[in-house]
Design a protein around this ligand. Structure first.
Ligand SMILES: [Zn+2]
Length: 311
């Protein structure tokens, strides 16, 4: 009897659809007359199928929505990476190239009592000067001058105007040093004292301090590398748990973006003479790349979901 029940239960859907032979139909009907359990099962089969809780059309809509999101994300991802590429190119083309001191690179003059006038060779793209208080000689204002050119300007050389600047007079004499930014000593270009009989002296024999490159970016690089390693280790632990895994990836992509940005902006060098410029560019590029990485990650998971939906 038990065995017959399971056969009848298997046949019920076909019987209901009238897709069984007359003999089988007779067999099922006879069994149903004598079996309470199978009669109940037959009542259940006869009921129309309950619709899906959210309606039959929704899975298709969800898939369509997912496809649309995927298309949007792909467009956004492309835009972000094109932008990141452009920023990287600008970073490389605008990287300062410092020059060893040479005669004629800078021409120093005095503008009466107003200050020092500097005129640069055509190839100089930009300059920067900073005052420091000389701890050994409080009566003198030490001024460090940095000048540089950029790959971009080296390519489109010629037809440019010479840069010039006036360094305003201080309330004490100025000693002007040239920073070669190549690990070498700074070179004294001029001494300027508007109160003196001969305000400007440019004998240039004095050498000054060695200015060392900043290593701060190297430390940031190491911190980011450590964070990425840590995230990788955590990922190995949680990779079987989808939710945690996604979050660990999101966090880990941040140092990854930083490391990539550093490599683009500063190469693999850790030492830099233009730390603040480099850092600003690295952070901006990190932000861009991080957005790109997040988009790529989300796209990847979405693709997986769509593939699973289609199964
Ligand atoms: Zn039965």
């Amino acid at each position: 009897m038990k065995n017959e029940c399971s056969i009848v239960k298997d046949l019920l859907p076909l019987y209901e659809e009238k897709m069984v032979s007359a003999g089988t139909a007779d067999f099922v009907e006879e069994h149903l007359r004598g079996c309470e359990a199978c009669r109940k099962e037959y009542e259940r089969v006869k009921e129309p199928p309950t619709p899906l809780p959210s309606g039959g059309k929704v899975p298709l809509m969800t898939l369509r929505r997912k496809l649309r999101i995927r298309r949007l994300q792909t467009v956004a991802l492309t835009a972000v990476f094109v932008l990141a590429l452009a920023v990287s190119a600008l970073a490389l083309l605008g990287a300062p190239i410092y020059l060893p001191y040479a005669e004629g690179l800078v021409t120093v003059g005095a503008d009466g009592k107003e200050g020092l006038t500097l005129t640069f060779e055509e190839k100089i793209t930009d300059f920067r000067y900073d005052f420091y208080d000389d701890p050994d000689d409080a009566g003198v204002a030490v001024c460090y001058l940095e000048i540089w050119t950029m790959p971009w300007d080296q390519w489109r050389n010629g037809g440019k105007e010479r840069l010039s600047v006036t360094i305003p007079a201080q309330n004490k004499p100025i000693r002007l040093f040239y920073l070669p930014n190549d690990g070498g000593e700074s070179i004294c270009l001029a001494r300027y004292d508007p109160e003196a009989e001969n305000p400007l002296e440019t004998d240039g024999e004095t050498k000054g301090d060695i200015v060392l490159p900043r290593l701060v970016l190297g430390y940031y690089f190491l911190i980011a590398a450590a964070a990425l390693t840590l995230a990788g280790a955590v990922w190995l632990f949680v990779r079987k748990r989808p939710k945690a895994r996604i979050w660990v990836e999101r966090v880990g992509l941040c140092p990854a973006a930083y490391l990539l940005s550093h490599s683009i902006v500063s190469g693999i060098r850790w030492a830099t003479y233009s730390a603040s410029r480099d850092l600003a560019l690295i952070l901006f590029l990190t932000l861009l790349l991080y957005c790109g990485f997040l988009l790529a990650q989300s796209l990847l998971y979405l693709k997986k979901e769509i593939r699973e939906d289609n199964r």
